[in-house]
Design a protein around this ligand. Sequence first.
Ligand code: ARG
Length: 462
Amino acid sequence: MNEGDSTPYTWSGRFSEPMSDTVERYTQSVDVDKRLWRQDILGSLAHARMLARQGIISAKDLQDIQQGMSQIVSEIESGSFNWSPALEDVHLNIEKRLTELVGDAGKRLHTGRSRNDQVTTDIRLYLREAIDDILARLKRFHIRLLDLAEREASTPMPGFTHMQPAQPVTFGHHLLAWFEMTRRDAERFADVKKRLNRLPLGAAALAGTTYPIDRDFVAGELGFDSICANSLDAVSDRDFAIEFCAAGALMMMHFSRMSEELVLWMNPRFGFVKIADRFCTGSSIMPQKKNPDIPELARGKTGRVYGHLIALLVLMKGQPLAYNRDNQEDKEPLFDSVDTLLDTLHVFGEMIAGVTACPENMRNALHQGFTTATDLADYLVRKGMPFRDAHEAVGKTVRRAEELGVALPELPFEEFRKFSPLVEKDVFEILTIEGSLASRSHPGGTAPEQVRSAIFRARELL
Ligand code: ARG
């Protein structure tokens, strides 16, 4: 910002005519970036404390700045602050008001700083907070998910491959898969936070500044782990925002997959779960309907977060060092991603507590799907038959059961003997769902005891 502003335009010293309305409308970002006002003020105050500490501004200036800023905070909070598009963005709006309130001290605030290092500092502070909120909401979702998994630790349901009934698993085991998926999302966000938690301030416009600044002090004041090591890189890259959206896109992908399963399971053909009425909606024309709108919307909203990730990648790809105005376009995708992620986590966290299993329907689906066929093959292998032969014999047995319209455990003993003379009366034990589940008892397996210890470990992790 130029020294000695007296006109509305901060840089008008260099210009001979005012900006046209069209250009003002096209270039202003305050409608969007005013959302960063808290971070902007926080950053400015830390910068001002550093300037005073280094003797670059006086103690009195600092005091004026602090007093002016607290007035601005109350104006913004009460809604009386006058945001002006003519002042372009959140940074200039606040600085201009500060100068109105405290005079020269306000004009000194921007010493040794540029909007280029200011804006990326603000975004980093903003995303750092967003990540903390996301992690807190993920944790709440996880706690409720584990509660449900514990209640359903030994409830049998069909596991699917190719969306066809495959083998019995427990509902708790399935829910623990959701836990693993979304636990990695939490790890990813924590990782993104590490890399974005570095201070750009001090880079100024691009090359650093001639004033005797103390960047480490500012980093400490603002809770950054370190400073950005190169001034050109500090003001120009938005890779941290891209990483954030990538982590967000993956998280939404997981919530979309879970949503898809909930939608299927709620369909009466499955009837595996019920979702509490408060998370469903009806139809304006069909009185019988109960629709899974929350999972459907989560699935739908995934698309916009993918879109934002692509928008940011494309925004960045053609930019030479250092700052370019293109970067102003980073905020809408970021803000909408944050809103979508937080809202989705919030509503899912509540909804998961309202999910109940329908064990009868799950069990019926297990029987209709001949899901213990692999257990029968393993049984024949234990009796000495090579696995490929066992696979063939069981395939024929299943076909016979299908012809007779019965589940495997209901097939008469003589029928089993037709396809494999090795079968004895004990075969009926291994055809039970409970037997099938209990026999997969190793870490990561679906046996109820394994599910319970996985839940125990998961709780320790949280
Ligand atoms: N509103 C701008 C942005 O979001 C702030 C930085 C502007 N810097 C500049 N030299 N015009 O990127």
